[in-house]
Design a protein around this ligand. Structure first.
Ligand SMILES: *[C@@H]1O[C@H](CO)[C@@H](O)[C@H](O)[C@H]1NC(C)=O
Ligand SMILES: *[C@@H]1O[C@H](CO)[C@@H](O)[C@H](O)[C@H]1NC(C)=O
Ligand SMILES: *[C@@H]1O[C@H](CO)[C@@H](O)[C@H](O)[C@H]1NC(C)=O
Ligand SMILES: *[C@@H]1O[C@H](CO)[C@@H](O)[C@H](O)[C@H]1NC(C)=O
Ligand SMILES: *[C@@H]1O[C@H](CO)[C@@H](O)[C@H](O)[C@H]1NC(C)=O
Ligand SMILES: *[C@@H]1O[C@H](CO)[C@@H](O)[C@H](O)[C@H]1NC(C)=O
Length: 403
């Protein structure tokens, strides 16, 4: 054993020359217990679950190993448990390891557990058990249920009673937002974390999901969510329902006002800017109707819609054209007509080509047949051609055959 110790010292020295001073101290300790060394790990465990403490020995020479609790009471002495607490169970006992499980861990189990090896002098290694307590379900609150566009609102999210303190993140849809976090520690060592998010809302935020996400080592996917409700002033748009084309003198005009808002606008009104609407104008809710247009009706017609948040309008500029006007418009028709004519002509050409093609194919057939017929009867080529040209009586028969 002493030789092994000296050997490892030599190796340590040669390999770690730079940190020799530090290493020498550690090696010296190991040397004094003749090369045996004891190791363990810290343990984090969620309250109520099971913790496992492992005391490991390298190069054991039958030294006795024991596990002590933070009050230095013996839990296990070799594979014997003097302590009455049956939550401690032996998982493995060998020359190299004493492994003990502790079920239903509670906060009072926290502390420094000791693995002890009965060497001379005795060796100790420490396993700190940390108990994690997950926070309760997060609670999200808001100053008000509905917010008007452009206004600021505040959301708060609270994660209570965790250990260690949780951390809170915010998301609006896919966008991460930053809140202001405050941490309070209660008398029993638990933490309550609150995050405040201030948010200026826009119309687009109406219906957007806002989540507060809790990050804590003892939980996964813990979050609270709510949907924003944003009020916004109307958006107004005037649509010319009739006529579809130019507004000509003598024609009728129908305009429709489309207004969308939250809440839905309760009031829609029509007016003519800088003038009165023609006396026979008919206004029914969002529709405006003017019969028999006259050039004197030229002007700006406005639809105004309002709700609790505000008021908005759209303008329509009426331009009454001459009753015969439309030099601009027929172009559209011309294009359509030209298109139609071209299509018809193309179709006709195509049909003619098909018919011609069929006709030629048929006549070619008859021609060759005549030639063959004449050639059969003739003594030489010249006679054959003459026969073929003269064979009109055969044509009738052949045509019938082909049809
Ligand atoms: C165990 O945790 C303590 C603090 O609680 C720390 O000082 C020590 O280095 C840790 N040991 C290991 C092996 O991580
Ligand atoms: C105990 O530990 C030893 C060494 O690590 C291993 O070979 C053995 O399988 C373990 N036994 C049990 C029951 O886990
Ligand atoms: C776990 O421990 C708590 C007290 O720490 C106790 O109330 C509970 O009944 C135990 N649960 C089980 C399953 O032993
Ligand atoms: C929005 O803010 C304005 C002042 O900035 C306030 O007068 C109005 O009441 C707020 N609207 C809502 C719905 O809170
Ligand atoms: C248009 O109105 C003017 C008076 O406002 C009137 O003299 C004229 O006859 C009207 N034209 C048509 C086509 O109705
Ligand atoms: C109305 O607009 C038409 C558009 O060409 C114009 O000819 C006419 O003079 C205008 N009438 C008035 C009263 O502005």
């Amino acid at each position: 054993m002493a030789i092994t110790g000296n050997g490892s010292l030599t190796i340590s020295l040669s390999v770690f020359v730079i940190s020799a001073a530090f290493l020498l101290k550690g090696t010296a300790e190991t040397l004094s217990v003749e090369g045996q060394n004891l190791g363990t790990d810290n343990v984090s465990v969620i309250e109520g679950e099971m913790a496992t403490i492992s005391c490991r020995v390298k190069n054991n020479d039958d030294s006795v190993i024991q596990l002590l609790n933070p009050n230095r009471q013996t839990i296990y002495f070799r594979d014997v448990r003097p302590l009455k607490d049956s939550r401690f169970q032996l998982v493995n006992f060998s020359d190299n390891e004493l492994r003990v499980s502790l079920s239903n861990v509670s906060l009072s189990d926290e502390g420094r557990y000791v693995c002890q090896l009965y060497t001379d002098p005795p060796q100790e290694a420490y396993a700190d058990i940390t108990v994690l307590v997950p926070p309760g379900s997060p609670i999200m609150d808001s100053q008000e249920d509905v917010v008007s566009e452009g206004n600021e609102t505040e959301l708060t999210c609270t994660a209570m009673g965790s250990k260690p303190a949780a951390s809170i993140r915010w998301m609006k849809g896919e966008q991460e937002l930053t809140g202001k976090m405050t941490v309070d520690e209660t008398y029993d060592g638990m933490f309550t974390v609150t995050s405040r998010l201030r948010l200026t809302v826009s119309k687009e935020d109406d219906g957007a999901p806002v989540s507060c996400i809790i990050d804590h080592p003892a939980v996964k996917d813990l979050r609270a969510q709510r949907y924003l409700e944003v009020l916004y002033q109307p958006e107004v748009k005037i649509v010319q329902a009739f006529p579809e084309g130019l507004t000509r003198e003598g024609e009728n005009l129908e305009l429709t006002c489309i207004a969308k808002g939250k809440p839905q606008p309760h009031q829609i009104s029509w007016l003519r800017v800088d003038d009165d609407v023609p006396s026979h104008t008919v206004i029914t809710g969002s529709d405006l109707f003017i019969e028999n247009l006259n050039k004197s009706y030229n002007g700006t017609y406005r639809c105004v819609a309002s709700n609790a948040v505000g008021e908005a309008y759209d303008d329509y500029i009426l331009f009454v054209y001459d009753s015969r006007a439309g030099e601009g418009a027929p172009q559209k028709i011309d294009h359509a007509v030209i298109g139609g004519v071209v299509a018809v002509v193309m179709f006709a050409i195509l049909c003619a080509l098909i018919v011609l093609g069929r006709y030629f194919a048929r006549h070619k057939g008859t021609y060759f047949t005549h030639e063959a017929k004449g050639a059969d009867d003739a003594a030489d080529a010249d006679t054959a051609i003459i026969n073929a040209e003269g064979g009109h009586n055969n044509t009738e028969e052949k045509k019938e055959y082909y049809i």
